[in-house]
Design a protein. Sequence first.
Length: 255
Amino acid sequence: MRQQLPLFQQRRKHKAIFLKDALGFTLIEILLGTIITAIIGLVAFQVLWSGMVLDQRLRWVHQHYARALMADELITRDLENAVNVDFSVSYPSLKSFDGKSQSFEFLTATRNGIKRVKYFSGDLNRGSIKKTVIGGHVTRLNTMKFVNESAAVEYMFRQESSLSQWTKSDSRDATVEIIAPGLKKDSFKCMYAERSAEITFRRKDAIAYLPKWDNQELPMAVSCQWAFYDQRQPHGDVLVKRDFFLSPLVGKNDH
């Protein structure tokens, strides 16, 4: 004769069977799933972050490319219209073109007559200039308000004065224009090439450049280079190098 179990023992037996046959995840499976999900999320975050950094870098490069293009157009326009004036009689110490390693100045023809133009970099010993005046003309620098920024950043300037003011060494009314901000300190370099009747461009060193120019005549070409400074990547500067020719080249068969 089969013995019938009490009611509470039957419930415990059915409950144990129910727990044994139930579907679920073990602790190891939960840990593995969490780890895989974290790895996928980390990879997705890295891809998203890399895209944001690349987009920011491209915007930075494009911004400085536009500034370099503006400076290139101004220097090209002035050098293509450079004029040579003989001051040996009235002003023997003056030269039409004066080139140094980090600046150069010369006479150029403009719509308002012959002007003395100078290109150089620096902060004028007054701290760095506010970005709001970029592209504007400044007549009196001592009336401007300056702010202090990183010492590793400079500006490229274009200074223009009249011929009479330059011969009198009067620079009080000279206009100064910021044409390229954000230059790396001491990165603005200039070199100059003498005129030659035989030039070949088959080699990179075909044109011999000099570190300065103190001759009475105009040089054949001016080579300039500068670098834009990136505060986020101090070693990832954008280098700009350009050769500006003042006059058409003279070949062997030209007379």
